[in-house]
Design a protein around this ligand. Structure first.
Ligand code: GRF
Length: 194
């Protein structure tokens, strides 16, 4: 059984999807051992509803070192599911190849500092992009720069707004995130990092 730690900052619908797809067997041979949040958020409630252990570490400069102390040694994968703090390089290096994130755009476009939440969707619309989507990637010290694991795109509609885009992207995330987690945990022989 592989142990997953999920990091959240928000409503946690991706966390819910992970819990549900472990239950349904789409993610094989895994359990969410711990959910860590960097602020009060509904993601914590979702974890508690499934009797998953939760820890709240307030965001700030000591977050990464405090996180390092609570992550169990036997953790196979750390999953950032709508997590907003930036992890320190040292933490990323300690867990190299074992941290993944979901980003609501087609990386390497529309990533990096400030590119989170609705900012991303506004930027995509302003740039008159023809497509958008979601990306699951490894987490490395460079923000949103780690190797891409899975990506799925779709064409923007004529009347697309940041709000409709956000909703469509969530749909794509619910599809590719469980697939990527299962792949990394169960089918990748070597965990590559760049
Ligand atoms: C997702 O769109 C994810 O790509 C981004 O934050 C959002 C989290 O949504 N990093 P939720 O909390 O899983 O509902």
């Amino acid at each position: 059984m592989k142990n997953i730690v999920v990091l959240v900052s928000g409503s946690g619908t991706n966390l819910q999807r992970i819990i549900d797809t472990i239950e349904s067997g789409e993610i094989r041979n895994a359990k969410v051992a711990l959910v860590v949040a960097d602020r009060e958020c509904y993601g914590l409630e979702r974890a508690k509803n499934h009797t998953i252990e939760t820890i709240l570490i307030p965001r700030g400069k000591n977050f990464s070192s405090e996180l390092g102390k609570v992550i169990p040694e036997n953790t196979d994968l750390i999953v950032l599911a709508g997590f907003l703090s930036i992890l320190k390089p040292e933490f990323c290096e300690n867990w190299s190849g074992k941290i993944i994130n979901i980003h609501p755009a087609l990386l390497p476009k529309f990533g990096g500092k400030g590119m989170w939440g609705m900012n991303v969707h506004h930027a995509v619309i302003d740039a008159k992009e023809k497509e958008s989507g979601a990306t699951v990637h490894f987490v490395t010290p460079g923000i949103d720069e780690g190797e891409i694991i899975l990506q799925k795109s779709f064409e923007l509609n004529e009347d697309e707004t940041p709000e409709t885009l956000a909703q469509r992207i969530h749909g794509v995330e619910y599809e590719i995130f469980p697939q990527a987690i299962d792949q990394v945990l169960n089918t990748w022989e070597i965990r590559k990092t760049k």
